[in-house]
Design a protein around this ligand. Structure first.
Ligand code: KG4
Ligand code: ZN
Length: 351
């Protein structure tokens, strides 16, 4: 089965082709047209401009994905139906519906969070043509799994007892973790997107120089809050001359605070739900410090009994391969694709 996957929930126009056979799921192509350069001057994603840019790029991106997959046939179309920016989502969803109608193909709607979770099921990238082999070649996360999704628009903890038994156990009450990186980068004048800029600057700074509040760690629910942290950085930064060293200390102290919160909440949830695997995914999971500290913390806390699963770096930020992977695993586990009339965009879609 060949799956064409489409993702346009935020500011990446993306398409991929995934091949699902009886014992393998492989990524045949993965094309992403990023709008970062377009949104840079606004210091964040400008929704109206994002949806227009999707309209301009989507057909070209889909054609490239099909061409690079060396495939003639598509059996199913998978598309992100939410959550995300409604104008952006509508471009991908309407394109998927039109292709499904015109070619008489079934469609499957995929939740963007689920896509991020399945990016950790993708295994090693095997050299040429971004082909990523799956299943029989690699070890996948085991159920029950606990997934921490940390991206520019979303932050949440999800418990999956099976491919189809999925529950959100916590989420951010205000800003997403990636949004905090972007806003703090703006305060420190480090450029956009903030995540990679903060990570780079933080390498030269002292993570314990400024002590910012580790919000929500004293609560026994699994929700997050990052807007107080952003405000704390803003107020503290006004008291200092922001030379290179000071900026580096701010970046490192902020980054460490986010990492402590993410690790603290994940372990709190692990204590309650006893997962066999933990998955860390979403744009912020590209952060090397977060990857290594989370991995050490889980290893230490579980005495090596729980493994951390991470997406390959190319699948951390938004892409369509993860949407196709989610579709492949969902279909393999009994979820049936539907017809184009039944697919709709929902900016607040829940898992
Ligand atoms: O998953 P993603 O592409 O978009 C959403 O689904 O929202 O995540 C983008 C976010 C941005 O906020 C960006 O600053 C952040 O991921 N990010 C990082 C890093 N690379 C990207 N945050 C921290 N460290 C990084 N290395
Ligand atoms: Zn995302």
């Amino acid at each position: 089965m060949e799956i064409l996957a489409i993702e346009t929930s935020c500011d990446e126009t993306a398409a991929a082709v995934i091949e699902k056979s009886d014992d393998d799921i492989a990524i045949l192509s993965n094309v992403v047209a990023s709008q970062i350069d377009i949104h840079k001057k606004f210091g964040g994603v400008f929704p109206e401009i994002a949806s227009r840019a999707h309209v301009e790029k989507i057909i070209e991106v889909i054609n490239q994905a099909i061409e690079q997959s060396n495939n003639q046939t598509i059996d199913v179309i998978a598309v992100t139906t939410g959550p995300g920016l409604i104008g952006s989502l509508l471009v991908g969803v309407n394109t998927a519906k039109t292709l499904a109608y015109a070619n008489n193909k079934p469609v499957i709607g995929i939740n963007h969070w689920l896509g991020h979770i399945y990016s950790t099921f993708s295994g090693e990238i095997l050299n040429s043509k971004s082909k990523i082999l799956n299943k029989s070649q690699i070890q996948n996360p085991k159920f029950p799994l606990l997934a921490l999704i940390v991206s520019g628009g979303h932050t949440g903890l999800v418990l999956m007892k099976s491919h189809t038994d999925i529950e959100t156990i916590g989420q951010t009450l205000d800003d997403a973790a990636g949004e905090a990186f972007d806003k703090v980068a703006k305060i420190l004048d480090l450029g956009y997107p903030g995540g990679p800029a903060i990570a780079l600057t933080a390498q030269r700074g002292e993570p314990l120089k400024y002590k910012f509040p580790r919000a929500m760690l004293d609560r026994d629910d699994f929700n997050f809050s990052f807007s107080g942290l952003k405000t704390a950085v803003l107020y503290e930064s006004k008291k200092h001359k922001l030379d290179d060293k000071t900026k580096a200390d701010f970046a490192a102290s902020f980054q460490q605070c986010v990492i402590d919160i993410l690790i603290g909440k994940t372990l709190q949830a692990a204590k309650k739900y006893h997962p066999k695997s933990i998955c860390l995914c979403g744009g912020v999971s590209a952060n090397k410090e977060l990857r290594s500290q989370m991995s050490q913390a889980i290893e230490q806390w579980s005495n090596g009994t729980i493994s951390l699963f991470l997406p390959p770096l190319s699948l951390t930020t938004d892409n369509a391969a993860m949407i196709g992977l989610a579709a492949a695993y969902q279909i393999a586990n009994g979820i049936k694709p539907t017809t184009f009339e039944n697919i709709n965009a929902d900016s607040n879609l829940k898992l």
